[in-house]
Design a protein around this ligand. Structure first.
Ligand SMILES: Nc1ncnc2c1ncn2[C@@H]1O[C@H](COP(=O)(O)OP(=O)(O)OP(=O)(O)O)[C@@H](O)[C@H]1O
Ligand SMILES: [Mg+2]
Length: 350
């Protein structure tokens, strides 16, 4: 495995109490693989990957983060800086937070290269031009000398990707890389990532709050909520045989092809505060299928029968998954409940 995260917990002491942003999360990414982390705002996605990169200061951290055989959590700041940029590249939601407004785009890529490799400035500049071309910036030999504000939002995101790729990292961490962009540019950037991955063989860890975004990209998907993993599955299983009611909720709130006329159903309610979290399942207040047990006992992440790679942290019977997508699963769940199954607290999903 390229990256292996084991039982990672991250908490921030604040004047209001301890914010438990990540609670016992484990996952791994193999060479050339794409892992998607999906969840609503505040579910701990960014904190989890920032911790992997050694970027969460002042946090209480426990667990293990193995990358290429080394524990990143035990590395010094200097060692980490060496890994970041050269072996792990990063792309964030807002490229302006990483591109400095006062320096030309090309010069920033040159600096990123020369921070890790002893190459002459002219050679690094040639590589910067090449990279800008690779990510689809037109006339890169001219645009290399532009300032970030002379680029459009989509171009800045491409420039960020160029910078992240400048040292051919083994892993690219992309935290909502397309959220700020319009749908067309979003699709172009995702295509670009897919092609670059095929060419360079790098692994991608992609964070998004939109399950639709990683529909084409991810090999495996993690569904995260209130700092915990709710469901883990291969992309196809996550879409066609979702188990966790939270996953169903995320799927139901997506526009689905073939069902264009149907209204989207957002998940009711809000994610919980991460201070003084309840003992049981954090999704209970929003779950249509909650049982008394769910309030008192946190459901462990358990494999579904016959699918060891598909796991769900829910007390509902594990054989109960969607046969025709989320709607099918919801129907099955509703019929079980009608036959004296789980005690339903809220309304029905359908
Ligand atoms: N330095 C910090 N101190 C205190 N709390 C923090 C800190 N950083 C993050 N948090 C809290 O941790 C929780 C998880 O935040 P995180 O940024 O990981 O969410 P996210 O899933 O990435 O959401 P989004 O989709 O909005 O980016 C939030 O409640 C946030 O307020
Ligand atoms: Mg985030």
């Amino acid at each position: 495995m390229l990256l292996e995260v084991e039982d990672l917990s991250v908490a921030f002491p604040t004047p209001d109490g301890l914010v438990e942003a990540v609670r016992g999360v484990s996952f791994s990414v193999g060479t050339g693989q794409t892992l998607g982390i999906v969840g609503e705002s505040g579910s701990g996605k960014s904190v989890a990957v920032q911790t992997v990169m050694g970027l969460t200061r002042g946090a209480r951290i426990s667990g293990r983060v193995q990358f290429e055989g080394n524990d990143l959590l035990k590395m010094s700041g200097k060692q980490l800086r060496e890994v970041r940029g050269s072996r792990i590249g990063m792309v964030f939601q807002d490229p302006l937070s990483s591109l400095h407004p006062y320096y030309r785009v090309g010069a920033q890529i040159v600096e990123a290269i020369r921070a890790h490799e002893k190459v002459p400035r002219a050679a690094a500049r040639r590589r910067a031009v090449e990279l800008l071309g690779l990510v689809g910036i037109p006339h890169p030999e001219r645009r290399v000398d532009d300032y970030p504000h002379q680029f459009s939002g989509g171009m800045r995101q491409r420039a960020m990707i160029a910078m992240a790729l400048s040292l051919s990292p083994a892993l690219l961490i992309a935290d909502e890389p397309t959220t700020a962009l319009d749908v067309t540019v979003q699709a172009q950037i995702l295509d670009l990532l897919k092609n670059l991955q095929a060419d360079m063989g790098m692994a991608i860890l992609m964070i998004t709050h939109d399950l639709g975004i990683i529909a084409e990209l991810a090999d495996e998907v993690l569904i995260m909520y209130a700092g915990k993993l709710m469901e883990v599955a291969g992309r196809r299983d996550m879409y066609y045989k979702p188990h966790h009611p939270y996953t169903l909720g995320l799927l139901n709130s997506l526009p689905q092809s073939g069902h264009e006329g149907e209204p989207l159903v957002p998940i009711k309610g809000q994610p919980p505060s991460l201070i003084r979290l309840p003992r049981g399942c954090p999704f209970v207040p929003r779950c249509d299928f909650a049982m008394p047990k769910c309030r008192t006992q946190p459901p462990p992440l358990r494999p579904l029968p016959g699918s060891p790679d598909h796991r769900s942290a829910c007390w509902l019977p594990l054989e109960l998954t969607g046969t025709s997508g989320a709607a099918g699963a919801a129907r099955e769940l509703a019929s079980i409940e009608a036959n004296g199954g789980p005690v339903v607290v809220g309304g029905k999903l359908e």
